[in-house]
Design a protein. Sequence first.
Length: 498
Amino acid sequence: MRTLFATVLTGALLAASSAWAQDFRIGLQEDPDLLDPHRARTFVGRIVFTSLCDKLIDVDAKLNFVPELASEWAWSDENKTLTFKLVEGALFHDGTPFNAEAAKANIDRARTLQDSLRKSELASVESVEVVDEFTVALHLSKPDATLLAQLSDRAGMMLSPATFDGDVAANPVCSGPYKFASRVQNDRIVLEKFADHRDAGAHHFDRLVFLPIPDSTVRLANLRAGDLDMLERLNPSDAESVRGDAALQFMPVAGLGYQGITINTGGGERSENPLGQDKRVRQAFQLAIGRDVINDVVGQKLFEPAQQPFPAASPYNSPSFPVVQRDPEAAKALLAEAGVERVSFELSFGNNTTTQAINELIQAMAAEAGFDISLRPTEFAAMQQDMKSGNYQASQIGWSGRVDPDGNLHQFVTCEGALNDSKYCNEEVDRLLNAARVTPDVGERQALYEDAQKILQDELPIIYIYHQPWPFVLSGAVSGFTAYPDGMVRLKGVQLSK
């Protein structure tokens, strides 16, 4: 009887504990890749990092830079030294203090780690100086108009230096409001509240559970059933029904990024085909695609057609490059000029409902213009690895976008760009985009981007399709959430009434 009573009491206590604990469950469109901000590249990974890893600075809803781990910053007169004053008393999740030594260790790791994807973002940083315990100075080889924007993202995320000798991705130790608890690949990532965070009182959940659910229909059904509290990237075909559902909140926001088709133009054997080697074939492929058709049929008017990497709200979006309209006959003429009648290639894409519909539509439209496309749906992180290694011909993939225009272009098309999966290389494009990086004047930068785009629009290593919106959907029980143009999920002040 005593044993039975103890068992029942233990079960009751566990149930009571579970009842008091509050989880917040977020449905993701893909599973993140490495949980190491210096080596990661997925958009959904950035969503997880937003709660896990504080940065030196952040952006607000109007895309102004605001303090996070840095309380203030200043440029030297010649714009070659950027000095940060750091907050005092911040801790990493392992209890070690955040200070200037830790900031230096992180920035040095991000710019020197062999497989870091932040190298090109921090290429201007020549050295990092610890001025005092809570002051760090970045000395640059040349002025860098993009650096603050880079440090407001993964390049500015801070990890505990005590963990650098271990497997950071398997157990990331940051300093954000939530700490890493567990991960089951392609199933869930669980974070727990970090009680010693300096802003812990404004974060109201005991646990965050990130659930990758590639099928948008299933993702929405889970939200409606109460198994999720919010989802990112609603399938546009469901927008009308969500707007009419009183139990849900539809919170779309115009984003900074794009979806496009990256073409392997120089990445080894799989680039050795007409699409990869002849710009006229790529120009014909562009003419085969109806961006407005994709917006109407799949996007439900949420997918604004794109011709360039900069969204309409950006001062760097140029009227010189209007959206190319679909023209199958002109496409056939270009193929004939290139000496081919029909072109076959494989188009890979991240396996989810929306991208499946988009690429089936592209396949059908292109067939009318002389292209025989074999579709290859692929798990998203695996597709990215294939692209990095050159094991693809063309991939439909997006970019979540950055505040500074450099973040949407430089690393994708410069010869040594960290995300140049096309392996495209043009010395004049490099010269122009490198010059834009060190030019603070907006007008001068606009002219440089204009000249670079004239070349890129002709050679087309990337064909832009539409500007990516962020259509969030939340349970009616959620309050306090603000959708930001960068698509990140910021949970400060967010609450759940259940």
